[in-house]
Design a protein around this ligand. Sequence first.
Ligand code: FAD
Length: 488
Amino acid sequence: MENVLIVGAGPVGLMLACELGLAGARPIVLEKRTEPSELPRANGLGGQIVEFLDHRGLLERFSAGSPFAGRAPGFPFGSVPLRFAGIDDLPLQLLLIQQPRIERLLTERATELGVEIRRGYEVRSLAQDAEGVTLNGGLRARYVVGCDGGRSLVRELAGIGFPGTTDDEPLRLGHFRTDVGVFESPQFDGLEPGWTRTPHGRLLLTSLHPGVLVAGVREKGEPLEGPATIEDFRAAVRRVVGRDLPLGEPIWLSNTVSQARLAERYRVGRVFLAGDAAHLFPAGGSALNVGMTDAANLGWKLAAVLRGRASGGLLDTYESERRPVAERALMQTRAQAVIDQVGGEDGAALRELLTEVFAFEQPLRHLAGLLHDSGVRYGAEPGPHTGSGGSGRGSGSADHPLVGRFAPDLALADGRRLAELMHAGRPVLLDLGGGAALDDDWIDVVRARADDPPADALLIRPDGYVAWAGKDGLAEAAERLFGVPASR
Ligand SMILES: Cc1cc2nc3c(=O)[nH]c(=O)nc-3n(C[C@H](O)[C@H](O)[C@H](O)COP(=O)(O)OP(=O)(O)OC[C@H]3O[C@@H](n4cnc5c(N)ncnc54)[C@H](O)[C@@H]3O)c2cc1C
């Protein structure tokens, strides 16, 4: 029997494979495609996943050749710009990188960690019993994770509902090879980069890479059937803006429709869901951040349970911690979709008002937090005030503001940053002068100094979250976190 079978070699399945591989759990990834997908879906990563890649020592690899990597200068929130210039301490980072490159780099990393990626293997059936899960009537594992995308068969076979809504404005999307300065051509008169609204629909024109024009057309109607064609695309442009545009040679065309959905459960017995299989967001910027950090949350927990280092109860915290993150992401992306879609004078008034509100620092901070990690503190009640207070499950010192939060990237006096302590994917007890000690061969104990330390000591989980902070109650906190005594 295998340990873990991961269904789907998209970014989320591959991220999970890397986490399990790092923890020595030897998962197998099953992927129906015989070759990696070259579809240019996501154009970037934003939010906490960027910090997490830094925790794994991967940020340099991912940033190489990126047109932008660093603090997000802004964000198009439902087509109303958020401008973060002048607020230097926002956590939100952005890394422009195309999805096929994300998948290539994660495949490379998973392979380095000894993970098997079995391509051309399509999961068609699933049955589970007390000891394990059987796929396609033969392959067996103790756990199966469905990272098989929005149309997840694993979710369906596990009997998990996926309620939500489908947008009534399907999107035709295309990438076109085009001249630099295409917007100067007279046929583009009156059209600016970004979305243009007309009474017949909306047209997106933007360029993320020199020589490549990204164009999109939204019109009210049913989801689009059949393959995307350039003739249909051109006709849709004509209907929306009333003329033909010299878009250039199509590189790639696709028809899609936004959906807002959240799985009723993230786990049934030994079957888990992560990424698009668990949630679909109707506006951009959050899907990979939430999906890949789902993988970061689940990976170490599965590995710890498989190695007998934690009780099975730890696995329940996957849903209790991650569902609130997706709920908040769903809330803000639904709001973005509406802000973007409402037409006419009502829509113009809404966007004008929000432009005024977004000129203030406090709303900008709040929205940056939502986009970064949904503003969720693990263990606290989800909601707009999760940034403070709340008592943490698995927290030793629940009143410490860092407990349940991703650890801040402290600069240590020996020249290291906290992120560098996390490369091995193990729990870290960072003693900042308080004399904290744990006799446990799984937990790396690091003694260091920092200017203005936030606590005497921090117990940091493998996914970078602070499980305990302070002076007292460390052993109990570790036991509560892992469900078994820390000392063995
Ligand atoms: C046009 C577009 C633009 C986007 N832009 C962004 C963006 O800028 N930022 C962002 O964060 N997100 C963006 N997204 C969303 C992002 O692409 C998805 O959230 C992401 O791909 C989800 O990753 P995943 O690993 O969960 O699922 P997927 O990437 O869908 O991977 C699922 C994998 O499972 C495999 N599979 C499915 N069924 C089976 C089976 N039965 N057996 C075996 N294998 C199976 C599939 O072949 C696939 O490889 C965009 C999406 C689109 C369509």
